[in-house]
Design a protein around this ligand. Sequence first.
Ligand code: SF4
Length: 345
Amino acid sequence: MARPTDSALASLTAYETLSREELAARIIRRKADLDAVILGHSYQRVEIQEVSDFLGDSLALSQEAADTDAAVIVFCGVHFMAETAKILSPGKMVLMPDLEAGCPMADFATGDRLRKLKAEHPDAAVVTYVNSTAEVKAESDICCTSANAVEVVNSVPAERPIIFVPDRNLADYVTEQTGRTNIIPWDGFCHVHDDMVLEELEAAKAVHPKALVVIHPEARPELLERADVVTSTSGMVKLAEEHDTLIIGTEMGLVDRVQMEYPDKTFIPLSSQAICGNMKKNTLAKLAWSVDHLQYEVTLDEDIRSKAESSLRRMLEVSGGWRRPESDDEASEALAVGASDCGCR
Ligand code: SF4
C-alpha cells in the first residue's frame, strides 16, 4: 500500500526552493520506492518530459500504464487523461500533480447536455473523442481518437445519424473525409489549435518556404487545407525524424520535444502563441510534491468508469486494438487521417 514518504517537505513552497536537479533526483528516488510510472504528455514542460518514463499522447500513455505492473500511475497531463488512465487501470492509484489542470475542450461537453441532445436525436449514435470527461464517455456509444475517428465513424451504419462530441474541427474533418451528411457536431473546440490563423502560417512559410507544413486536425479547416500533412502528435514526431525542417501546427510542447530529440534540425512553430496553459500548470515542484504526498488521487464512480471503459473498448475493437506504434504504423497513420491524435488525445 503506497504511503506518503517521511522525507516529504511540508509545503509546495518548500519544493519550489529546490533546484531542478534536486527535484529530479527526488522524483526518481521516490518513483522507485512507490513502484510508480510517470507518464508525460508531449505538451508537458521539458523538465517534466525529462523525468517521464513514457512520453506520448494520452491514450497511448494510458495503455502503457495499463500494460505495466506499476502500482501507481502519475499522469502529467490534464484531468481527462488521468481519468482515462483510471478507466483502463481501475486497480491502480492514479495521481496528477495539479487537479486544476483541466481541458477547456473536454469541458464543452457535459453529461446533462449530452443526454438532452441524445433525447432530441434518439436514433443517433454518439461518437466521442477521447478528449472528454469520463461522464461523457459513459454516455457515448463509442470513443475515437483523431487517428481512428474516420474508421470509427465509418463503422456506424451510413444511414444512422452521429452526434460527434466535442470537437467541431475534428467533426468537420471527419465529415470531409467520410462524405457523410448526417454528422451532428458538438460546438466545442480546443482554443490552442482553433486560435492558429492563416496569417501565422503564411508568415512562417515566407521565412521557411521549403519546410514541410504539418498541422494537427483540431485546427480550423482553412489551415488544414494548406497543410502538407494533417497528422497527430505521434505522426509529427515521426515526421521530425524523417525531415530536417518542419513548420509544426500544434502546441509548443511538441515543438520543444522534437527539438530536444533532434537539436540540429529546424522546427518552426506555426504559432508561438499555441501554448496550453492547463498543460503547463504541472511543474517539477508539483510533481515532486505529488509523489511524496500521494496527491492528488483521481477516483471515479464505478458505474461511470465501467460504462466509459465499454466506449473505449468498442473503439479498440473497431480499430484493431491498441499497440505500441511502429514505424510503418506511424507512416500509415499519417496517410490515413491525413491523420491525427490530439496531441492531447
Ligand atoms: S491543448 Fe487543447 S485539447 Fe489539449 S488539453 Fe489543452 S485545451 Fe485541451
